[in-house]
Design a protein around this ligand. Structure first.
Ligand SMILES: [Mn+2]
Length: 317
């Protein structure tokens, strides 16, 4: 066991605190010492690690430009503007667009989603912008948009506002869009930069609910299984805020799965669910939709409260 510290507990300079934490959490002193050495060195930090809590999610307004994003979206809802969510064809794109769609729909928005086919290429393109229905006045990208400068210019020329929400590295300057949400932007102020696209979408939803004075934990919790799927399928590190999403998302999937997941898990005859089930079974099914078919179909299953799974969508056994 290579991770065990070479310092025996009785010689550790903080042995009193480690023993105290071990007794408080009823952990083996050796494990507590290891966690202590990994930075879980006081009661609150260890408590947050062992019992991940939705209330420990970060303030979404720490993300640069979040307030501006919320203001524009609420204005669009109030004015009955047509909001168009544009995602990506992989599982993260499917999940991020579905989270935002479901939340905005619940708030009474006029909203549609679109994921490109793989043959159409990644990200918002000039071609997509040019073929949008006339009445769209706000595009929200999810899981893409940080480097799509030509498409943003085309949208600007058509008078369409664009809120870019993304988590990919920002290759050039800030894209020329109305709002730019990305925990990887160079001047990022958000404390955790390893969110996936679905994670960024969830932070936006959380910020909208906070602004509307809703109980944001109760309002955000219904999407926790979807953000978990996006986070694991996009191979994000399962620490920090991602750990909160995945802990609660996996529990929800285990205890009270939404209908779409229930049908899928029943078809797969999956009994117990952990991150490997998502990473090696459920995630690849959603990713495959974008690889060999139409990812919009997979998204519609998550976005529909009464989904049906067609027989030809089941994996071959
Ligand atoms: Mn992604």
């Amino acid at each position: 066991m290579h991770w065990i510290s070479k310092i025996p507990i009785n010689h550790h300079p903080k042995q009193a605190q480690i023993k105290y934490l071990a007794s408080q959490f009823q952990l083996h002193p050796l494990l507590t010492q290891h966690l202590f050495n990994q930075g879980f060195s006081d009661f609150n930090k260890l408590d947050a690690f062992i019992y991940p809590k939705l209330s420990n999610m970060y303030d979404p307004f720490l993300m640069n430009e979040m307030k501006h994003a919320v203001t524009r979206i609420l204005k669009a809802i109030q004015r009955n503007e047509h909001i168009h969510i544009f995602g990506d064809y992989d599982c993260d794109g499917i999940t991020s667009s579905s989270i935002l769609y479901l939340a905005l729909k619940e708030l009474g928005a006029v909203v549609t989603t679109q994921l490109p086919l793989r043959s159409e290429g990644y990200g918002l393109s000039v071609n997509v912008v040019q073929h949008l229905p006339e009445n769209i006045s706000l595009i929200i990208t999810v899981d893409n948009g940080s480097s799509t400068h030509d498409a943003l210019r085309a949208a600007k020329e058509k008078g369409i506002d664009v809120i870019v929400t993304d988590h990919h590295e920002v290759l050039n300057e800030r894209p020329d869009c109305l709002v730019f949400l990305n925990p990887k932007r160079k001047d990022n102020a958000y404390p955790f930069s390893d969110l996936c696209g679905a994670g960024v979408a969830l932070k936006l939803v959380q910020a909208i609910f906070i602004t509307l004075n809703r109980d944001w934990i109760r309002a955000t919790e219904p999407f926790i299984d979807i953000v978990m799927l996006g986070t694991i399928a996009d191979m994000m590190p399962l620490n920090d805020e991602n750990r909160i999403f995945c802990y609660h998302g996996l529990r929800k999937l285990q205890q009270s799965p939404r209908k779409a997941f229930k049908i899928l898990l029943d078809a797969l005859r999956v009994k117990s669910i952990d991150s490997s089930t998502i990473g090696f079974t459920v995630g690849p099914i959603f990713n495959a939709c974008g690889r060999i078919g139409d990812p919009n179909l997979a998204a519609s299953i998550l976005q529909n409260n009464e989904p049906t799974l067609k027989h030809d969508m089941l994996p071959i056994r």
